[in-house]
Design a binder for this molecule. Structure first.
Ligand code: ANZ
Length: 849
């Protein structure tokens, strides 16, 4: 657009930034307040796409904003460079995972430079560098010492065809998502981190984040941890050596238990079945095999018919000595609570469905028709003046009988058929029964969590080797700290194809080691760590990257951490954030940091869609990042993204206009070109109308940016550029000081979105400093008085009055002003207003019929 050469401008400023490195964070002598801004670091899998463009545009807006506001900003970038994509590329294309990864990283770096991202380039880290992953190994050892890393045998989903472990999400109706083979359960001994020990703190500390993290993410974290409060209750089992404990959130219903259910795939079920007849054992075995082919999602679905087998064994209810038949059924999960439940069909829907399917008794112990509040009902009288009983039409307990209706009574009520509990409310009954059980030694208050320990073993090559040694006599000992990093062997010659055991096991020489204590031959652990370990603490490594002596510096952590603004996709709402929060708490407990939450504010952006679905390689709807910047340039892409809508909303890439953004940038640049006054003109003179637009933007932009309303800031910038254009062409003229003021303010605010264009404007305006480092201009308060606009008032479609009203008038205030206006009152001539449509600030429309 006439003379504006976006690509030349972009190249020029990138060259300067490369030479000057102006966005490096200030060091120890920098006395400004600090802000740590961080975008979730990328995987170097293939090429970046518009989802990345979006994420890193927002990161840069925030980083640049705080710099203008006088902060010493740390905004680093790194790569989450271990993981499956590299390994799959290696398997599919025969590439070396290391070479493939680092080649991608180089391309990513170039893209971020071309984007004009204001990183501190001196702090780059890659998690696949030995200098980084040695500290994963160090962290593992610290967790191990504290009893927070342990080994456990547990069932995993196993595809016998692909020879690999599958995540629950990769099992579709019992079959492998990729090859369709029937998935089986296989037991593997693997390493876990004991995140469950932190469940309460992970839950309770979410309260601190309320208002600073998206509500949705906090909710997802709460649900994932899933704390339930109730009681553990011990049941004797006939012919069994020890009692079995169940977890219940409704111990108040203990008198209503009519049977007992164990998870078929629990050790307990196998034990109980083995003490039964051959016939029961056979039927149990059949059932177990069937259940093992089901996924957890299927098992938890409530709308499939209940299945199970009777084990011909009995549990004894500790409160009343009743014999409860024991069943194995798949709706009870082996790894929740204690893998066994007391079934109360009258008050639990799953138990009721099961009872009705197998004809088991149903005993009501809560009268849900009995009021539990002291509310006084409103009595009405009938025609004869007799009081109407307000509850006359309410169903009776008999009407609600779950055995007949199939609907469990889960509501509040008063206890019945429950001995000493009769008449109590649920809350009091729970307190009473827990007390009784505790006294009898057969139960206690307890909590249960949905959260499981974190399985960190991966049977893959491209990850951090687990720094443990298996001695010939069966001991497991850590690799001593001074032997870290334990480096990965060369991929060369290793078969990386998944087969359920780690490819490292095939690196014979690498596997051979010695017991550090005795010097006896020993073997390494062939597994590698989940890459979520790498990303659980990387924000601390940025504070002293490359430090050979420690994982991170506590002194630097005191200066910079926690992260002030963490920006990334909502797909990381649960696991990554939960793991980072967990590791942060462990590091706190180790006395290495002073804070317990890693990310003070969290910004989640929406997704970039093309054709209505999320961009992805497999759907073939990927718009790649690097080519997108070729025309019409990086700034246009950034502005178009920022302008596309609220940060948290999805963006339809079809609706995004980079050419529109380009035109706006050309207009802004042209304004700077047209300014004829010198840089030393006084910022207090010139066209007052234009000055008001300028100063209102300077006043409003900070809070808009803090509320992440970036699109609104761009809209306001467009308004300012248009107003300036008008002043130049048909108003105060290009020499007016207000025009320069407007152009300078435009360059500064534009720097958040289009830094190359902004720097170019700044230079054209006569500065030889970076606008990116220039402090925000304070708005002149006298220019912030509110504008007025003219509102029209119509009555039955005819304009009857005009009002001068504040531009930001509220709907109710505008309506009131219109109703009270003398001309309106006169025009109404006593007629009633039947309908009012009020569109602030400009239209009020009354109807009278
Ligand atoms: C008796 C009872 C009566 C229950 C009643 C509920 C209602 P949440 O809230 O999800 O924690 N339960 C316990 N362990 C289980 C397992 N391994 N698999 C499936 N269900 C299990 O659920 C806790 C309730 O789920 C527990 O309280 C137990 O059933 C069941 F009127 O005990 B309840």
């Amino acid at each position: 657009a006439d003379g504006f050469d976006a690509l030349a401008i972009q190249e020029k400023w990138q060259r300067r930034w490369l030479e000057d490195d102006p966005f490096r964070a200030g060091g120890a002598d920098d006395t400004r307040p600090r802000k740590y801004v961080l975008g979730m670091f990328p995987y170097p899998s293939g090429d970046l796409h518009m989802g990345h463009a979006e994420n890193y545009a927002y990161v840069d807006i925030v980083a640049r904003f705080w710099r203008h506001r006088g902060y010493n900003v740390l905004n680093p970038i790194g790569w989450d460079s271990f993981g499956l994509p590299a390994e799959n590329a290696a398997i599919q294309r025969g590439a070396d995972p290391r070479e493939w990864t680092y080649a991608n990283i180089e391309r990513h770096k170039r893209s971020f430079r071309e984007y004009g991202s204001s990183y501190d380039w001196s702090r780059i880290l890659h998690t696949s560098d030995p200098e980084y992953y040695r500290w994963n190994q160090w962290l593992f050892q610290r967790l191990y010492e504290r009893g927070l890393a342990y080994r456990k045998e547990s069932p995993v989903n196993w595809c016998p065809n692909d020879q690999t472990v599958l995540a629950n999400e990769q099992v579709v109706e019992g079959h492998c998502e990729r090859c369709g083979a029937e998935v089986v359960k296989k037991k593997l001994t693997q390493w876990y981190f004991k995140i469950t020990e932190y469940a309460d703190r992970l839950l309770d500390d979410l309260n601190q984040l309320e208002g600073f993290w998206p509500q949705k993410v906090i909710r997802m974290q709460r649900n994932w941890i899933g704390r339930s409060v109730g009681a553990d209750i011990d049941f004797e089992i006939e012919g069994h050596h020890e009692p079995v404990t169940v977890f219940s959130t409704r111990p108040d219903t203990l008198h209503g238990a009519t049977f007992f259910v164990v998870a078929p795939d629990s050790d307990l079920a196998a034990e109980l079945a083995s003490g039964s007849s051959a016939d029961v054992r056979a039927r149990f075995q059949d059932y177990l095999e069937r259940v093992q082919r089901e996924t957890e999602i299927e098992r938890q679905s409530t709308d499939r018919p209940k299945t199970g087998v009777f084990l011909d064994r009995y549990a004894i209810n500790p409160i009343n000595g009743e014999r409860l038949p024991i069943w194995a059924a798949d709706y009870v999960l082996a790894d929740y609570g204690h893998g066994a439940v007391m079934a109360v069909p009258a008050h639990d829907q799953r138990d009721l469905d099961f009872a009705r399917a197998f004809d088991l008794p149903v005993k009501v112990v809560v009268d849900t028709t009995a009021p539990i509040t002291g509310a006084i009902p409103v009595i009405e009288l009938d025609e004869d003046g007799t009081p109407i009983d307000p509850t006359a039409d309410d169903p009776t307990l008999d009407d609600l009988d779950p055995a007949r209706t199939g609907v469990a009574l889960t509501g509040e009520g008063r206890m019945i058929n429950s001995g000493s509990l009769d008449g109590l409310s649920k809350r009091n009954a729970i307190a009473r029964i827990v007390d009784e059980l505790e006294r009898a030694g057969t139960g206690r208050a307890a909590k249960s969590y949905r959260l499981r320990d974190w399985l960190i073993s991966r049977q893959r090559f491209w990850g951090t080797p687990i720094p443990m040694i298996h001695t010939d006599d069966g001991r497991i000992v850590p690799v001593p700290d001074d032997q870290l990093p334990l480096q990965l062997p060369d991929a060369e010659g290793l078969d990386l194809a998944p087969r359920g055991t780690s490819p490292l096991g095939g690196a014979e020489e690498w596997m051979r080691t010695v017991d550090p204590a005795t010097g006896e031959p020993a073997r390494r652990d062939p597994d590698t760590m989940d890459t979520f370990v790498d990303s659980s603490w990387y924000f601390l490594r940025f504070l002293s990257p490359g430090d050979p002596a420690e994982a991170f510096s506590s002194a630097q952590a005191d200066r910079w951490a926690p992260v002030d603004s963490y920006i990334g996709g909502v797909e990381h709402a649960i696991l990554h954030l939960l793991y980072a929060r967990f590791i942060t708490k462990v590091l706190f407990d180790m006395g290495l940091i002073e804070f317990t939450e890693p990310f003070s504010t969290l910004i989640n952006q929406g997704m970039v869609l093309l054709g209505g679905s999320k961009m992805s390689k497999s759907k073939g709807n990927l718009v790649e990042f690097a080519p997108s910047m070729l025309d019409p340039g990086a700034d246009a892409v950034r502005v178009a993204i920022a302008f596309a809508g609220p940060v948290e909303d999805d963006i339809n890439w079809e609706d995004v206009s980079t050419t529109g953004a380009q035109k706006f940038l050309a207009r802004a640049w042209r304004v700077a070109m047209d300014v004829t006054s010198d840089p030393d003109v006084v910022w207090a003179e010139g066209d007052p109308a234009l000055r008001r637009v300028t100063h209102r933007l300077l006043a409003d932009a900070p809070s808009l940016v803090e509320q992440t309303k970036f699109n609104v800031v761009v809209a306001r910038l467009m308004e300012l550029v248009n107003a300036t254009r008008k002043a130049i062409d048909s108003g105060a003229g290009p020499a007016d000081p207000a025009v320069r003021e407007a152009a300078e303010a435009t360059a500064m605010v534009l720097d958040l979105f289009a830094p190359h264009t902004a720097e170019e404007m700044w230079e054209i305006l006569g500065y030889d400093s970076y606008v990116g480092l220039f402090p925000w201009r304070s708005p002149d308060p006298t220019l912030l008085v509110e504008d007025t606009v003219t509102a029209v008032v119509q009555i039955d479609g005819k304009v009857r009055a005009t009002l001068e009203v504040p531009a930001r008038i509220a709907q109710d205030a505008l309506e009131a002003m219109a109703r009270e206006d003398a001309r309106v009152v006169r025009s109404l001539a006593g007629r009633q207003i039947t309908r009012a449509i009020v569109r602030p600030p400009k239209v009020v429309s009354f109807s009278t019929h």
